[in-house]
Design a binder for this molecule. Structure first.
Ligand code: CU
Length: 139
């Protein structure tokens, strides 16, 4: 019993322990960071134990939500809308600062640490996956 309680505390105390699954796809570490302007970004780690798939969209209750990729262009950091992001066979896809991210635009209120943002990822083969991004301190 004592071991069980300790295990539960460990699980609840760690945001990254939360995972979301559909078919062969598992999403972990769904995080966002506090915002200052009218937009926010969501990041996660996606693991695939099956065949290739593709992330083809994202939905959330904000005026505009898109899949973006940050990249350097002529020495300037820009973001490009992605219609489709490949999920490799038996592989991993990382949404992380400086690369792929979910872009939430038109925020009415700033996000602070502890806030949660619900969204749905849409995969070509695996369908829809609901997840919650937790706003954490910027590392
Ligand atoms: Cu963006």
């Amino acid at each position: 019993m004592k071991f069980l309680i300790t295990a539960l505390i460990l699980i609840c105390g760690s945001v990254s322990a939360q995972s979301y699954q559909t078919g062969d796809l598992t999403v972990t570490n769904a995080v966002s960071y506090p915002t200052t302007g009218r937009s926010g970004a969501g990041y996660f780690i996606l693991s695939n134990t099956g065949a290739e798939d593709a992330l083809v969209g994202v939905e959330a209750d904000y005026p505009k939500v898109m899949l973006h990729k940050s990249m350097m262009k002529d020495g300037v950091m820009t973001m490009e809308h992605q219609m489709r992001v490949e999920v490799p066979t038996q592989g991993q896809l990382n949404f992380a600062p400086g690369g792929y991210h979910v872009m939430f635009m038109g925020l009415k209120e700033a996000w602070g640490v502890g806030d949660t943002i619900k969204a749905t990822l849409i995969f070509e083969k695996s369908g829809r996956l609901d997840l919650t991004f937790t706003v954490t301190e910027r590392p």
